[in-house]
Design a protein around this ligand. Structure first.
Ligand code: AMP
Ligand code: ZN
Length: 110
């Protein structure tokens, strides 16, 4: 299930500009910004513009494609080509913000 915006969601507020955040990448379907509490020298979040709870709830192929296109862009612009990609899904598995997001983690910036 995807909805345009969830008013209580911190990442929806970042997407809409209500919480000012510098985007280091953007396309039609997703934005990318630095994680506030980086866990690696490069730690970027790639976030779909439409609200969904986690990656398993994303069903619109064009939106999935937009997220993965932006992941490809930021990994090529901000890492040396070696990185980890993580979608925490569900509180038991470490998800704390319930708006789909990919963590892009790398030990080496470009
Ligand atoms: P997760 O634990 O997988 O749900 O990841 C949520 C991530 O969002 C954490 O790594 C937080 O550090 C990050 N985060 C929370 N609020 C912000 C914010 N305002 N700007 C950037 N990153 C944030
Ligand atoms: Zn949201």
């Amino acid at each position: 299930m995807n909805t345009e915006e969830n008013l209580d969601c911190i990442f929806c507020k970042i997407v809409s500009g209500e919480i000012p955040t510098e985007f280091i990448g953007e396309n039609e379907h997703a934005v990318a910004f630095k994680d506030l509490y980086p866990q690696a020298p490069v730690h970027i979040l790639v976030v779909p513009k439409s609200h969904s709870e986690n990656i398993s709830k994303m069903i619109i192929k064009s939106e999935l494609e937009g997220v993965f296109d932006l992941i490809r862009t930021v990994t090529s612009e901000f890492t040396d080509g070696q990185f980890k990609l993580q979608f925490n899904s569900g509180s038991r598995e470490g998800q704390t913000v319930f708006h789909t997001h990919a963590h892009v983690l790398s030990q080496q910036s470009k």
